[in-house]
Design a protein around this ligand. Structure first.
Ligand code: SME
Length: 166
């Protein structure tokens, strides 16, 4: 008999839990806080999980500002769009998966323990408004299933934001 544990991939269960968070969160901030906690607790290699949101003031270049996160405090609380893996994800609108951060010259170090990273843009009506950034202490921690889960989570937040943003 097939084990119940292998019948449903864990990422499918976590997606359902993310859906539940989205259906009960009263604000986007509450949803973001719930998501980073959930992804960190349920996915054992997701050691630092956080959002960066785009801020732009008139006459100033847009910058990514640290939002809700779980993990050690990072020195990178504001990241320009031309810096880091975070800047690359926001400026291209494309998911960045880095299997070995130490061999990527764009990488801005947050912790010496970090070995791999994924950054997924969050869109509202086709425009990047922020991103979900996850660091792992393990090399190549983010395979296709992880990418799908993180992109799913970013889409759930984007849809939630669409309800409230002009
Ligand atoms: N590593 C990121 C910076 C953010 S910290 O990982 C939290 C980057 O290269 O953009």
């Amino acid at each position: 008999m097939k084990s119940m544990l292998t019948a449903t991939p864990k990422t499918q269960l976590v997606k359902k839990e993310i859906d539940h968070l989205a259906s009960t969160a009263l604000t986007a901030e509450e949803l973001m806080q719930g998501m980073v906690k959930k992804l960190n607790e349920r996915m054992l290699k997701y050691n630092w999980v956080g959002f960066y949101m785009l801020e732009s003031a008139p006459g100033q270049p847009a910058v990514l500002v640290l939002g809700p996160f779980v993990g050690a405090m990072t020195p990178h609380t504001r990241i320009p769009l031309n810096q880091g893996i975070c800047g690359a994800a926001a400026s291209t609108g494309k998911t960045q998966v880095v299997h070995d951060v130490n061999s990527d010259p764009r990488y801005l170090a947050c912790s010496i323990e970090t070995k791999s990273e994924i950054v997924v843009p969050v869109f509202v009506r086709g425009r990047v408004v922020g991103e979900l950034d996850i660091d792992s202490h393990f090399p190549a921690a983010f395979g296709p299933e992880d990418q799908e889960l993180v992109e799913y989570s970013a889409r759930v937040l984007g849809k939630h934001l669409e309800k409230f943003r002009q």
